[in-house]
Design a protein around this ligand. Structure first.
Ligand code: FES
Length: 248
């Protein structure tokens, strides 16, 4: 309703200057159509221009506005202030990542994990089809499509209790990304990905809590990808290391 407001309790922190993060309250208009990101933009534009946070698309596509809202990893552009009325709305950086400033976290370790799974179509020198198009049936597309919907928002890492204990865990989004390519009928890179996915820090570290899939704002099921690949990895391990050479 017009005239109502809500308190955003925002974590402020500049490593090197501040000993620890300090919550700071800002009163913002409580409008029905305002997301938490709209509230942060109001803080930045009107109340305190020194606040640092990331955002871009405002429509759940770019994946840059993930933060911890009242204890849960959420996309702030898709989370409405009214959900938390009468407030306060506690906004903190995504857990599990080093804070660079205020609500901005270091995404480099995450990008390194994505890069480690050979996230592209590997053709091993195979010739393209004569018509130069890799046609796929709806079933072939369906095998990997949901894993291609990831927007790299990192909410799944923030929700993962294994990653919280071990930052070397490859983690949900990177494994789902590997499956996005492993399950693509055009791809021939599964053998190279096995060396990463089945190694220490790979799929076997997942305890199948499922919080990653619950946190995903795009309906991707990383926990399912991991369970799926555990079966593949087990069969590939038998093939590589247990079967006699002639039977592989
Ligand atoms: Fe792009 Fe929220 S601003 S996903």
């Amino acid at each position: 309703t017009a005239g109502e407001s809500i308190v955003l309790r925002v974590s402020r922190y500049l490593p090197g200057r501040d000993a620890e993060p300090v919550p700071r309250d800002y009163e913002v208009p409580l409008r029905e159509e305002w997301s938490v990101l709209d509230g942060l933009n109001h803080v930045k534009d009107v109340l305190d221009g020194s606040l640092a946070y990331r955002w871009s698309c405002r429509m759940g596509i770019c994946g840059s506005c993930g933060m911890t809202v009242n204890g849960e990893p959420r996309l702030t552009c898709g989370t409405f202030l009214s959900e938390f009325a009468p407030g306060p709305v506690v906004v903190e950086p995504l857990r599990g990542f080093a804070v660079i400033r205020d609500l901005v976290v270091d995404i480099e370790p995450f990008l390194g994990k994505l890069a480690s799974v050979t996230p592209w179509l590997v053709r091993n020198g195979a010739e393209p089809p004569p018509d130069a198009e890799f046609a796929q049936t709806p079933e072939q597309l369906g095998a990997y499509k949901q894993f291609s919907m990831c927007i790299n928002c990192m909410l799944c890492y923030s929700a993962c209790p294994v990653y919280a204990l071990d930052e070397d865990f490859l983690g949900p989004a990177a494994i789902a990304l590997a499956q996005r390519y492993n399950l693509d009928s055009r791809d021939m890179g599964a053998a190279a990905r096995f060396d990463v996915l089945a190694a220490a820090g790979g799929v076997w570290d997942c305890t199948y809590v499922g919080e990653c899939s619950a946190a995903c704002p795009k309906g991707v099921d990383p926990a399912g990808a991991i369970q799926q690949y555990k079966l593949t990895a087990a069969m590939e391990t038998v093939r590589r290391f247990l079967l006699p050479k002639g039977a592989r």
